[in-house]
Design a protein around this ligand. Structure first.
Ligand code: XIL
Length: 489
């Protein structure tokens, strides 16, 4: 994810968690080339305009929760019912959202004419092929990703004794991927499962399966981790999903994309502030796990509001698993996910608020100055994230540096060669004033003083120094406006 120091790229983004209060998940995800998704309930979509709005503004990817399952597309043989699936795909297209198609081959949600044993093996195989190809072709170009095979494994890592394994043999998996590829060569094809997010026998089985399928040339592009999770009751000291990032990296090592496809984190009802805080922390961990792995291309929540979660009926006594509450208001988990998405590298100009002049990088080893804004390369700075809210600040390959790691007020701030891990080259971006605005203090992490123009000068070429932190001055002489912060569209 890092930006090369030698050739800083201009990337628009948000500097840190605090800047994001009014910025939607979708905006933040888009700014970093990431997909944040939600499953969509057809019935909620039909009746609830508040739900529609949240879906539209918060997410840039959608997954039909049930509408594309075979039982809902062809309950009676030969009578196809595409209405609900079409409605979701049409709306997503209109809203410029990606669609993850879910799901082509599963042992659940099958029409009875498929499961009742009346079809011969050849007929069953043909029916599956037709189902896959009809569905994928119908949405070719509009559904970018398919969960082709869902939940194919047992807990012990062996193949599940589904109707597909029993009747068609283990080759059904490779066949399904090949049929889907034939129907839409441009769609990304995933295998998707649960309880493979940490080191389980199932994870081993899935790993070997994907590795072997790839070795045989089976067109499998990605692995989806459902990530249905819970906060145990009482709340344990160790929260779940500690191994999710390792798992994502492990599978990415096979040369496939990975995704979190059905994230929800239920709590024992009734929920309370402590449970929701533990849930929020676990959401943070899941989001950070994914955005920290370059091949983790999307994170989808399974239901985005407690108002319509499958958990209520699926797991009685448990619930409140989602980012928004039953009134579509943001829960603590929302802010955590938002701050993870906001926390990224970015670049732009750095303007002294009191003078309107631009921070300017001089020749190597020289002190920084403010000077009239020219749009020149010496006024473009890359903020490269080191840790939450902590960044290096570079221009032309040189790092903003407090000379000699001095902790004294008045120490010069110069452009020096970047050396990893030097706190005098790392700055906390502390937001000033209104949250969501573009104004920050730049605070060297070895001193926690403030980068400022010497003496609060408004003069052209006035030098920049490390100043004693002043909590407020008028005009604000220790505040910098960062142009790289995205605004609400
Ligand atoms: C669930 C839906 O959320 C429910 O509405 C439905 O009754 C059953 O299926 N893994 C999956 C999803 O891959 O398709 C499931 O969705 C949840 C578990």
């Amino acid at each position: 994810m890092g930006i090369g120091l030698a050739a800083p790229a201009l990337i628009l983004g948000a500097p840190g968690p605090a800047a994001s209060a009014e910025i939607t998940l979708r905006t933040l995800a888009a700014a970093r080339g990431f997909r944040i998704g939600a499953s969509v309930s057809s019935s909620a979509l039909e009746k609830d305009s508040g739900y529609q709005d949240k879906l539209k503004y918060e997410f840039n990817s959608v997954t039909p929760e049930n509408a594309m399952k075979w039982a809902n597309l062809e309950a009676t043989r030969g009578q196809e019912t595409w209405g609900k699936a079409d409605a979701i795909v049409d709306l997503a297209t209109q809203n410029n959202q990606m669609v993850r198609g879910h799901t082509l081959v599963w042992h659940k949600s099958l029409p009875t004419w498929v499961t009742d044993g009346t079809l011969s093996t050849d007929e069953l195989r043909d029916a599956l092929k037709q189902h896959i190809q009809k569905t994928v072709k119908r949405y070719a170009g509009r559904v970018a990703v398919w969960d082709v095979v869902n939940e194919a494994l047992n807990d012990d890592g062996t193949l599940r004794q589904s109707i597909w394994l029993q009747r068609l043999g283990s080759g059904y998996i490779a066949d399904a991927f090949r049929w889907a590829r034939e129907a839409d060569p441009s769609a990304k094809l995933y295998i998707n499962d649960f309880d493979a997010e940490w080191a389980t026998p199932k994870r081993d089985g899935l790993y070997k399966l994907v590795r072997d399928l790839r070795a045989q040339g089976v067109p499998i592009d990605g692995v989806g981790f459902q990530t249905h999770t819970l906060i145990k009751d009482p709340i344990p000291a160790a929260l779940p999903l500690t191994q999710l990032q390792d798992t994502l990296k492990l599978f990415a090592g096979l040369g496939v994309d990975v995704a979190v496809t059905e994230l929800d984190i239920r709590v024992k009802l009734p929920s309370d502030a402590d449970k929701l805080a533990a849930q929020a922390e676990t959401y943070r961990r899941a989001a950070a796990a994914c955005v920290g792995v370059s091949r983790c291309v999307s994170l989808t929540v399974w239901g985005f509001t407690d108002k319509y979660s499958w958990v209520d009926s699926g797991v009685p006594g448990w619930g409140d698993a989602d980012l928004l509450d039953r009134s579509l208001q943001k829960k603590p988990a929302y802010a955590k996910v938002q701050s993870v998405l906001a926390d990224r590298d970015f670049a732009g100009t750095v303007t002294a608020l009191h003078s309107g002049q631009c921070l300017t990088m001089p020749a190597d080893g020289r002190r920084l100055v403010q000077s009239s804004c020219t749009n020149g390369q010496d006024q473009k700075f890359t903020f490269q994230r080191v840790a939450t809210k902590i960044y290096t600040i570079t221009s032309g390959g040189k790092c903003l540096t407090v000379d000699g790691a001095s902790t004294a007020a008045g120490a010069a701030v110069s452009g020096r060669a970047c050396v990893a891990g030097k706190p005098e080259q790392q700055f906390e971006l502390r937001p000033v004033g209104e949250v969501g605005a573009q104004d920050y203090r730049l605070m060297p992490t070895h001193s926690y003083k403030s980068v400022a123009v010497k003496g609060g000068s408004t003069a052209n070429w006035a030098p920049v120094e490390q100043a004693q932190y002043l909590s407020s001055t008028t005009p604000p002489t220790q505040v910098w406006r960062l142009s790289g912060v995205p605004r609400q569209p």
